[in-house]
Design a protein around this ligand. Structure first.
Ligand code: F6R
Length: 365
């Protein structure tokens, strides 16, 4: 049932504040402001490295997770798309653990990667939405994302719930490994607990702007997304979401890679969507934006209040989100990324919930 929404995708985008709060309450004790993790599945305090594997949007949530585990828990993460991971014959040892991220829990390549790691004697964690799935069954420990059924083929609420779970795991791992203090854990948990309120505020505030921007975006044939740090996987996710439902060609790049190739493409016919909260990388990303502007590129700037005040570059549009803690920015910035893809597809008249050639669950190679 779509309720009063035109598509399941729209409904699922708007469900995010609610489902993320379910997801978080499974991992966080809000009273003591601590993360609680079951160490019997994976003992994050002891593992030497994490191998992470997934496909599509689930892979991109894993890529954000890599930044978090490495920064907050000082735990090295090796991550790859499952269709490569399963054939790479990656050397693994028993003191490592492996995480597999899958909404459906049935993706063939992800499952094959899981079985490869199992044969190597690794502890296996499954981050899944469908608890009765094959990946859940074959994991030593299941980390449910509790997003509820996701019907739209393009993943939205599963993505942000995967992020919420990965953030919780990274904080928990940081505590176990002694790389986060109790005060830091509390501070991060407080930030996570603000997500439902912040996300619903953003969903209300940016809706009209996203619709009118989507009308403009639907006139272009190529779009480039740029981001740095955790905004880099978000740029990849923006490009994936736009291409799969609107069929507009889109690419995501690490902002610093701009001058190593894609800058050759910049002209007034290819808008550049820059995802840049005012974080440690902001100045760097703004200098990449300057390079785009200097070549006549049109910029759609997705930033926060501080970022909007700090950059004076002319843009085609600036989307201003509230200033939030660095940890939760990916979940907040996911919202304009999803809405822009959604409304652009609606303008293009595509089948938003069932894009051509795509299946919700890819159970063949
Ligand atoms: C994109 C999308 C796909 C899936 C991918 C993995 O919006 O939905 O890229 O993320 O097919 O599916 P799961 O998570 O079921 O393994």
């Amino acid at each position: 049932d779509k309720g009063n929404h035109r598509h399941f995708m729209e409904k699922e985008i708007h469900e995010q504040p609610e489902v993320i709060s379910h997801a978080l309450s499974n991992y966080i004790d809000f009273h003591s402001q601590t993360v609680r993790l079951d160490e019997t599945a994976i003992d994050f305090g002891k593992v030497s490295r994490l191998a992470v594997s997934a496909c599509g949007t689930a892979y991109l949530s894993g890529l954000v997770g890599k930044y978090w585990f490495e920064r907050y828990a000082r735990l090295p993460v090796e991550i790859d798309v499952a269709s490569e991971f399963r054939y790479r014959e990656m050397p693994l040892s028993k003191d490592e653990a492996a995480l597999f991220i899958s909404q459906s829990g049935e993706t063939a390549d992800t499952l094959a990667s899981l079985r490869y790691c199992k044969e190597q004697g690794l502890r296996i964690g499954g981050i899944v939405n469908v608890k009765e799935s094959t990946i859940a069954r074959e994991s030593d420990g299941v980390y449910p994302i509790l997003a509820g059924p996701e019907i739209g083929v393009a993943s939205t609420k599963a993505f942000t719930c995967q992020l919420a779970v990965l953030a919780s795991l990274a904080i928990g791992a940081g505590r176990m490994r002694g790389t986060l203090t109790e005060a830091e854990e509390k501070q991060m948990v407080r930030s996570l607990s603000e997500l439902p309120r912040i996300m619903s505020g953003v969903l209300n505030d940016i809706q009209p702007q996203m619709e009118s921007l989507a009308r403009e975006l639907s006139k272009f044939h190529h779009v480039l997304y740029l981001g740095r740090g955790t905004s880099y996987p978000m740029a990849l996710e923006g490009a994936l979401k736009l291409k799969e439902i609107s069929y507009i060609h889109a690419e995501g790049y690490a902002a610093g890679e701009l001058k190593h190739g894609p800058i050759a493409l910049i002209d007034e016919n290819m808008p550049v969507i820059v995802i840049a909260p005012h974080d440690r990388f902001f100045e760097k990303t703004v200098s990449n934006m300057q390079e785009v502007a200097a070549r006549g590129g049109r910029i759609i700037f997705i930033t926060d209040e501080k970022g909007a005040a700090a950059s004076k570059l002319p843009t085609m549009a600036t989307i201003v989100l509230p200033n939030v803690a660095e940890l939760i920015a990916p979940m907040v910035f996911a919202l304009p990324v999803q809405l822009l893809a959604y409304h652009t597809a609606v303008f293009m008249g595509t089948d938003v919930d069932q894009p051509r050639n795509l299946a919700k669950s890819v159970t063949v190679e």
